[in-house]
Design a protein around this ligand. Structure first.
Ligand SMILES: NC(=O)c1ccc[n+]([C@@H]2O[C@H](COP(=O)([O-])OP(=O)(O)OC[C@H]3O[C@@H](n4cnc5c(N)ncnc54)[C@H](OP(=O)(O)O)[C@@H]3O)[C@@H](O)[C@H]2O)c1
Length: 218
């Protein structure tokens, strides 16, 4: 596949390391245009969210499949319908970790089993690097949603930690702990490439979440 990569910063640069596909990157010095993009099979974005949002009309114009990990913006309300009408397939994720997707399945199982215990307390602790702006992390909030209950959520900001999440399910007489640790930003690139390969084989019109696509395949 010939992939146009929008943004080659901390995360996009990891997509460039992928040697399975031909990846050509665009950044501020070489911004994407319709003429440049129309020679590609698919677009992956790890642009800052506001920049990605400003490119949405251009990306629709190309009609290419798009896989985007850009975060920190509101999606236009009509985008899903527009993409469906034009038969264009997009996948988005705030976290492209395949491991977190598996964790979601495990938490669904744990959530379904919680009624078996007479009492329990669920807590989530997350650790990230000091530059992370939001706390708790979006993933910690998602984990709480996946447990379908309010959890005690604590956050820690230290060093260059890419991402650590741990859920503790404590019944008083036993504990279940499930944790996920991101070791290399490559994992986000791998998830985005997985989504790109999925779309190349399975066109899925509209704005699709990575989690929904994975659930169809796990
Ligand atoms: N979904 C996930 O799994 C996941 C994981 C990690 C990060 N993210 C998200 O991905 C996004 C990027 O994160 P990052 O840490 O990789 O950012 P970063 O290191 O700051 O990189 C941003 C890239 O975007 C380019 N860019 C900025 N403005 C541009 C413009 N106007 N036109 C063209 N290119 C432009 C930059 O190029 P210049 O240097 O030339 O400006 C740079 O290559 C963020 O929204 C982040 O939250 C998502």
């Amino acid at each position: 596949m010939k992939i146009a990569l929008l943004g080659k910063g901390k995360t996009g640069s990891k997509v460039l390391e992928n040697k399975t596909h031909q990846v050509i990157a665009f950044d501020s010095k070489n911004p994407p245009t319709f003429e440049k993009l129309e020679t590609f099979d698919l677009i992956i974005s790890f642009l800052p969210g506001d920049v990605f949002k400003s490119f949405i009309p251009l990306l629709i114009e190309t009609k290419l499949p798009v896989v985007t990990g850009s975060t920190g913006f509101e999606w236009p309300t009509q985008l899903d319908q527009t993409l469906k009408d034009k038969k264009i397939s997009w996948i988005y994720a705030s976290n492209f970790s395949l491991g977190v997707a598996v964790l979601k399945q495990m938490l669904a199982k744990l959530s379904a089993a919680k009624e078996m215990f007479s009492t329990h307390h669920t807590s989530i602790h997350e650790i990230h690097h000091t530059h992370k702006k939001d706390a708790p992390s979006g993933t910690a909030l998602s984990m709480q949603n996946w447990m379908k209950e309010t959890c005690s959520v604590t956050s820690e900001r230290t060093g260059d930690v890419i991402g650590f999440h741990e859920l503790t399910f404590d019944t008083g007489s036993e504990k279940i702990k499930l944790s996920h640790e991101a070791l290399d930003r490559k994992l986000f690139a791998d998830g985005a490439i997985w989504a790109a390969e999925y779309l190349s084989k399975n066109p899925t019109y509209g704005l699709n979440s990575f989690q929904d696509i994975l659930e169809r395949t796990l």
